[in-house]
Design a protein around this ligand. Sequence first.
Ligand code: PRP
Ligand code: URA
Length: 206
Amino acid sequence: MPLHVVQHPIVEDALAALRDRRTSSTEFRRLARRVSLMVAAEATRDLPTVESDVETPLETVPCRTIASRVVAVPVLRAGLGMLDAFLDLVPGAQVGYFGLERNEQTAVARRYYEKVPRDLGDAVVYLLDPMLATGGSAAMAVEGLQGLGARHVRLLCVVAAPEGVRHLEECAPDTEVYTAAVDRELNERKFILPGLGDFGDRLFGT
Ligand code: PRP
Ligand code: URA
């Protein structure tokens, strides 16, 4: 499974502040958006384009525009913190939603909501979920997308754990993962170490 770790001083800087326990929710949202933009830029680097002519005020110039159908699927809740950045880059993307929630005792995800465009066979699908911990949520979401015909799925995250990367590799080896960091390990509660805590709670101030 291709794993892309986005290396950039702006990503490092934003990640340092995201990890900082003193960062407020207001600031956390801004930082999440900044990192997501950088990760999304990398993950869209090879989107197919098509040539078309554009008239400037002075003359006609051949330009390139995005040719493929793009679908963004944030995983509720935390994935919402990545959506605006993605839509800044690809405003024409369709948007679907998966609601997934880990059980606090078992860390096993359950799906409680799904609203995703159908017939995804021709689309490049970007799954937005900032934390790849055990990989259970991501595997469930990828499986759901594949059930809707998706053939090209990319997972965009902020922090990944080696355990989650390995799990996804076993369950969905064709899924490309783009992340700002791969951390050390999971703790006994399946939280990422050193991580940044509960992304959804910090994003929404809960
Ligand atoms: C978090 C996170 C991922 C999941 C990752 O969501 O946003 O979806 O955990 O963990 P996993 O790789 O072990 O499945 P959570 O279940 O806490 O829900 P929330 O976004 O509503 O806070
Ligand atoms: N979900 C989070 O928000 N953080 C973790 O460390 C693991 C799962």
